[in-house]
Design a protein around this ligand. Sequence first.
Ligand code: FES
Length: 235
Amino acid sequence: MGCELQISAPRNVFALSDTACHALLLGGGIGITPLVAMAHQLHQVGRQFTLAVFARTRESLPLRTILENSAWRHCVSVHLDDEAEPVRPADLIERSPLGCHVYFCGPAGFMEGVQQATKHWSPDRVHFEYFQAPAVSAPVPLTTAEPTARSFNVHLARRNMTLAVPHNQTIAHVLQSAGVPVDTVCEQGICGSCVTPYLEGHPAHKDMCLAESERASNIALCCSRSVSDLLTLDL
Ligand code: FES
């Protein structure tokens, strides 16, 4: 009580595109939570969208009251595992209008399925948010078995400081230990808090929040590594 807390500004790494002619919102289970907020926003500004919700049974459908009573309920389709012929997210992606953007959030298997179904799409039209990093992309390599799980140096251009990053530590931890402020929240490459511009070198990206276009000049310090011996950060 009575103490002052320092907080950072809100950050959104799962934002709606302003240019999409149609938004296909795909939610698996409780993963529909951010998509419901998007549906409210799209309806408010009069943009076209479909919210497709995937759940095991009607009883397990999350946010059911909102889905059934909102002003945009005619834009909602519900797909249940216990239906005679269940619809897959890939079916809806295949039938989506030209130029459509897809937004998806859900459990690991659901995410993998949608990633596969959209792998031929332009990355600019594919937007997603993970609950947690997939098991296959271990955010912090702890052994040297992986080619990028080795030590390298980071140079902080603005501070003219060079630091060694051992194979078993993240860039974020090394910087924080050296007194360099780095915002970290999820430490799994999901939230985008630690994303920092880099100037030179070749990162090994392991995040789940940056688009390919953003990766050309940014790196998530909590999980990504460096392929080059030296990585220069804009810090
Ligand atoms: S702390 Fe969340 S992406 Fe790095």
